[in-house]
Design a protein around this ligand. Structure first.
Ligand code: GLV
Ligand code: MN
Ligand code: MN
Length: 396
């Protein structure tokens, strides 16, 4: 299967030798290499490559605009190639590589699709560099305003506008992209499962039903820089204590509200071993069954320190196209339907009113956003077969 050779060709890109994890951040050198790889794979299959206003890449099999003109917009499959810091190999790339392999499978079967089919590579899904997840799909749908996006800064102070321009993307074009959106009749994102449900169910593939509400908040905690050896405990104003309180309160409130809460990123100033910090910035990721519960967790997390939690992104509950999900489940031998706590570009497109579905491929470790994230090769091939069946059904 062409899956295997494609997988081997991207495996080394952006991988950290020390951890085995990936650092494939948007608009960096690793990202550029992956984008070139994607363009080359598209060209090798005779697909027409289009880069949209936000930098997402679309490789079309068939003419998307002719299809729009006759009211039969395309079937889009794919995912993203970027990663979280020290991420796994599968979150994102599994969907892109599987989608390209599906084109090969369908061509080998002699399918002549009556609707065009595209493979998409969404840019900056994880938000690892500029802080906002699904930036590429949020920009084209207008959920992330261009001015706000372009002004976001990475840890080195580089703006998204500067990073995009350095990578050769026309920044002045960034904004909602109606032309791109109207080419999408249906979007199906295949993704590695980010939990252990399929192992427990003994099934290879599931269909997504719902994305639970989630958001990211920034918490700024001010302190007073001073000497670690000479400052008496009672004279200190140490923001690390407020951070500790925030983390513990978030955990306790999450348990109480049936939510999850994570402080996975922290910035300290000046970050010296023998100085009390002058400032701590922490990012709180909170998710749960409903907006009220999630917001209660965030409020509880900062109550004791008196800090303000500044909302950086919020994604309400997103329900995929349920009749479509049921159709896919039936097609795939009554594949189970799974809700997820992870965000996806498919969710952003669903929020924008597009018909969207997800397939999840079994992950024996149940771990994700970590080098331990895994899918067996046999499971990946089952995923390609499932996505091929779905694409054929939708594009026939
Ligand atoms: C993206 O993977 C997210 O859920 O944060
Ligand atoms: Mn992810
Ligand atoms: Mn993903």
């Amino acid at each position: 299967m062409t899956f295997d050779s494609m997988w081997s060709s991207i495996e080394p890109i952006g991988r950290e030798a020390s951890t085995g994890g990936y650092r494939r951040y948007a608009w960096t050198g690793a990202d550029a290499t992956l984008r070139e790889w994607f363009a080359a794979e598209a060209a090798a299959r005779g697909l027409g490559l289009v880069t949209d206003r936000a930098g997402n890449q679309w490789a079309w099999w068939g003419d998307p605009d002719a299809a729009v003109a006759v009211g039969r917009p395309g079937v889009v499959i794919g995912s993203h190639l970027d990663s979280v810091p020290d991420g796994g190999a599968f979150d994102g790339p599994l969907g892109v590589v599987s989608a390209l392999a599906v084109v090969d499978v369908l061509k080998a079967r002699g399918l002549e699709p009556s609707r065009p089919v595209a493979v998409v590579n969404f840019v900056d899904e994880e938000g690892a560099r500029f802080g906002i997840a699904c930036a590429g799909s949020r920009m084209i749908t207008g959920k992330l305003e261009a001015g706000k996006a372009l002004g976001l800064r990475d840890v080195d102070g580089v703006t998204m506008a500067e990073a995009m321009a350095a990578a050769g993307h026309a920044v002045e074009h960034v904004g909602p992209d109606i032309e791109t959106l109207r080419r999408i009749g249906t979007f199906v994102e295949l993704h590695v499962e980010q939990g252990r449900a399929l192992i427990d169910l003994g099934r290879p593939v599931a269909v997504g039903s719902v994305i639970r509400p989630h958001g990211r908040w920034r918490v700024d905690l001010a302190g007073e820089a001073n000497h670690a050896g000479t400052t008496l405990l009672e004279d200190r104003h140490d923001p690390m204590l407020d951070l500790a309180t925030t983390v513990l309160a978030a955990r306790e409130a999450a348990a109480g509200h049936g939510c999850v809460a994570t402080v996975g990123k922290v910035r300290l100033e000046p970050n010296g071993v023998n100085a009390i910090p002058s400032r701590v910035t922490a990012w709180l990721d909170a998710r749960g069954p409903g907006e009220t519960a999630v917001r209660a967790v965030v409020a509880a997390a900062v109550r004791q320190s008196g800090a303000v939690a500044v909302e950086e992104s919020w994604t309400p509950e997103t329900v995929f196209d349920i009749p479509l999900a049921q159709r896919l489940s039936t097609l795939l031998d009554d594949a189970p339907m799974l809700a997820t706590g992870a965000g996806h570009d498919a969710g952003v497109l669903a929020m924008a009113g597009l018909s969207t579905a997800m397939l999840f491929v079994r992950n024996p470790t149940g771990i994700s956003h970590s080098p331990a994230e895994f899918a067996e090769r046999e499971g990946c091939h089952r995923g390609v077969e499932a996505l091929a069946a779905v694409t054929e059904d939708l594009a026939r």
